[in-house]
Design a protein around this ligand. Structure first.
Ligand code: ZN
Length: 375
């Protein structure tokens, strides 16, 4: 009779686990058809309970760690193995994000089955790569079973309350990873719309931000002085920044692709000397009060007169001049994201051109249509 009772309990437990994973997969819905899906958070009756499936794994020192130990901290839960190609591919991005968001706990749970993967193999791999995130070993397969993980990698974004907010299946691109983090953590400093291509080390190209940004400053840039046929090579433009000790928070290429060269909590060096609003605090100090965005573009003939002679300008392929529709589109979405997170009003008063701060500068210039970003 006693044995029978235990069988019932075991069956009930299995039922709960299977039921929970079925519930989670049923409740997930596609976002933009990509592999990051937002989860509907099920109502929990007991406030003291940890709402997500819990499990115990071991850390590097063999200590037992429960997922619910991290209640109060946003968690990125990733299931991985060294034999899994896409796990290994996405790991440098997870490493970068874990360094960037130290207040978010990365729980990199290794599928340590003892056959295809061992604690030694996994530890050696992570140490060899120099990854800084915390790894854990699921030697009893408790974690993979409780999350119904059948394919790797798999990532769950769990908020500080312990609720699964989003799930990523397969390899997550960096912007998806940041988007997931943004869903569980309100201090995101890189727009999820951007690919982080930081100018590193950050300290050589920026300062820590002391004041909340009040403005967004727009610029254009290109390599047109050195290469008039192909002035928009992002690598060459990046080199101009690096060689001149300049920086920018975001840069948008001709196809509308957004790169983050400097996280928003760093002061980028883009505004130079200038004056604003007759307020001394802004004099030669606008970097500290603004987020800078560069667009790859060539302006009007007069905008470019300090860089190109009249005949050089006239010889340019006309398609290189001005801004592309893709750039306006990306800039609009980026501005709404940046302004919302930084509490900057999205209007012409707060989105300003470099030329307004320093009339010697001509960007974003006569070819830039401000109306296109305020609709
Ligand atoms: Zn500028």
């Amino acid at each position: 009779m006693k044995n029978f009772k235990w069988i019932i309990i075991a069956l009930v437990l299995v039922g709960i686990i299977v039921g929970a994973s079925a519930l989670y997969s049923r409740l997930t819905k596609d976002v933009d058809n990509d592999n990051l899906v937002e989860t509907d958070i099920p109502e929990t009756e007991d406030e003291t309970e940890y709402p997500s499936p819990d499990f115990t794994v071991t850390d590097r020192d063999g200590n037992e760690v429960r997922l619910s130990d991290f209640k109060g901290t946003p968690v990125v839960l990733n299931f991985w193995a060294t034999w899994c190609y896409y796990c290994v591919e996405e790991m440098p991005d997870f490493d970068k994000a874990s360094a960037l968001y130290p207040d978010v706990q990365f729980l990199m749970v290794n599928a340590t089955d003892g056959v295809n993967e061992t604690v030694e193999k996994a530890t050696e791999f992570v140490d060899e790569k120099g990854f800084g995130f915390d790894i854990y070993f699921d030697t009893r397969k408790e974690a993979v079973y409780s999350y119904g993980v059948s394919a790797f990698p798999q990532t769950y974004f769990i908020n500080a309350e312990g609720e699964i907010v989003a799930k990523g299946s397969g390899m997550l691109a960096y912007d998806k990873l940041v988007r997931g983090i943004e869903m569980i953590y309100d201090k995101v400093t890189v727009s999820p719309l951007a690919t982080a291509e930081f100018l590193e080390p950050l300290e050589d190209f920026s300062w820590e931000r002391e004041y909340a940004p009040e403005y967004v400053m727009l610029h254009f840039t290109s390599n047109v002085m050195a290469n008039r046929e192909n002035p928009y090579d992002i690598g060459e433009v990046r080199k101009i920044f690096e060689d001149n000790g300049l920086s920018i928070n975001y840069i948008i290429d001709r196809d509308g692709k957004i790169f983050c060269y400097m996280p928003e909590d760093r002061v980028a060096w883009h505004a130079g000397r200038g004056e604003w609003k007759n307020d001394e605090k802004y004099t030669n100090a606008m970097n500290k009060y603004s987020i800078g965005i560069e667009l790859l573009a060539v302006g009007s003939k007069s905008d470019m007169s300090q860089y190109l002679s009249s005949s050089e300008y006239d010889a340019l392929d006309p398609s290189l001049i001005g801004f592309t529709d893709a750039q306006y589109e990306s800039l609009s979405t980026l501005l709404s994201d940046v302004c919302q997170r930084n509490h900057i009003p999205l209007d012409r008063e707060h989105i300003i051109g470099h030329e307004e701060y320093n009339p010697e500068k001509k960007d974003p210039g006569e070819k830039f249509y401000w109306d296109k970003i305020f609709q």
